[in-house]
Design a protein around this ligand. Structure first.
Ligand code: DGL
Length: 285
C-alpha cells in the first residue's frame, strides 16, 4: 500500500499517472485540504504538517509515502528524510519520497545520485524556467539541484502565489488564464525576453492549466510533465526496493482521504480526476 500526499487536490494529477502505471497496486491519497494551501506558509509549518500527514498514512498501513506536492517536497522532504525518519519508530521500514528528485533527473538527464557535472550535460547551456508556489521558489531547491549537475544551465524561477488556490477553488478559465499570462510576462521581464528551452510546472496543481502555460509560453519551450516523470521514477524505485511494492495478490484498491469537508472536496475532485471515488474524512494524527 502506497501513500500519496498533497496539501489539497493537486496530487491527484500525480495519482492519476500512478494508477495508470501500477494497475495492481493499492494507493491511499491524503489531501490536507483543512490546512491548504501550503504555498505561502512558513517553512516550519509546512514541515510539521507534512510530517503529521506522513504519520497518518504510515498509521493506515502505508510503508512508502510519495509527497505529490512540490511545496512539501522542497521544504520538508530533506528534514523528514534526514532528521525525523531515522529517529522515528518507522526507521528502516518506511520511507518518504519527494518529487523534486525525479523532476531534476528529467530536467538534467542525470541520475539523482550523481551530483557532479557529467559529460555531455556539463556543457548544456539551456535556459530552464521553474514555475511554482512562493515557498517552492524561495526554497531554491530546483536551481540548486539543477546547477550541481548542469552548471551552465540558466534557471529562472517565477512564483505564482495565487494560482494553486485559484485552481483549487475552481475559478473560471479566464481568471486562470490571466494569472498564467501574468506569470509568463514576469518571467519574460526577468530574462529580458530570452525564451526558456524548457519549463518545469513545479506545482502539482499546474497540469490542470498546462494548456494555458502552453498558450503563453513560446512554441518551442518544452513542458516537463511531473505526473509522468514521477510514475517513471516510482517504477524504477519499486523495482529496486520491492518490499515497498506490497502484495500484488490482493485486489487493487484506492482510498481518498481529506482533512477538509469531504463533500465539498469530492465535488471539486472531479475537475482533477473525472472518475475519482468520493473522499472520506481523514483525521491527521
Ligand atoms: N500542489 C502543491 C505543490 O505542488 C501546492 C499547493 C499549495 O500551495 O498548497 O506545490
Amino acid at each position: 500500500m502506497i501513500g500519496v500526499f498533497d496539501s489539497g487536490h493537486g496530487g491527484l494529477t500525480v495519482l492519476g499517472a500512478l494508477l495508470q502505471r501500477f494497475s495492481g497496486q493499492t494507493f491511499v491519497y491524503l489531501g490536507d485540504h483543512g490546512n491548504a494551501p501550503y504555498g505561502n506558509r512558513p517553512a516550519d509549518e509546512v514541515i510539521d504538517l507534512t510530517r503529521r500527514s506522513c504519520e497518518t498514512l504510515f498509521g493506515l498501513g502505508c510503508r512508502l509515502v510519495v509527497l505529490a506536492c512540490n511545496t512539501a517536497t522542497c521544504v520538508a522532504a530533506r528534514p523528514l528524510q534526514r532528521e525525523w525518519l531515522p529517529v522515528s519508530p518507522y526507521a528502516g521500514t518506511h520511507n518518504v519520497l519527494g518529487i523534486a528528485a525525479p523532476t531534476v533527473e528529467a530536467a538534467t538527464q542525470t541520475p539523482w545520485g550523481v551530483t557532479t557535472p557529467q559529460y555531455p550535460q556539463k556543457y548544456n547551456s539551456d535556459v530552464i524556467a521553474v514555475f511554482g508556489t512562493t515557498r517552492t521558489i524561495t526554497s531554491g531547491v530546483y536551481p540548486e539541484e539543477i546547477r550541481k549537475r548542469c552548471p551552465r544551465i540558466t534557471v529562472v524561477q517565477q512564483a505564482c502565489p495565487d494560482l494553486a488556490g485559484a485552481i483549487e477553488a475552481g475559478r473560471p478559465e479566464a481568471e486562470l488564464d490571466r494569472i498564467v499570462a501574468k506569470a509568463v510576462a514576469a518571467l519574460d521581464a526577468q530574462t529580458g525576453g530570452e525564451p526558456p528551452h524548457r519549463a518545469i510546472l513545479g506545482c502539482t496543481h499546474y497540469p490542470l492549466v498546462e494548456h494555458l502555460f502552453r498558450r503563453h509560453l513560446p512554441r518551442f519551450t518544452r513542458l516537463l510533465s511531473q505526473p509522468d516523470v514521477v510514475a517513471d521514477s516510482l517504477e524504477d524505485y519499486l523495482a529496486r526496493h520491492p518490499r515497498y511494492a506490497g502484495s500484488t495478490n490482493s485486489a487493487p484498491h484506492l482510498r481518498l482521504l481529506t482533512t477538509g469537508d469531504s463533500e465539498e472536496v469530492s465535488r471539486i475532485a472531479h475537475i482533477f480526476m473525472p472518475d475519482a471515488p468520493a473522499f472520506e474524512r481523514g483525521v491527521v494524527v
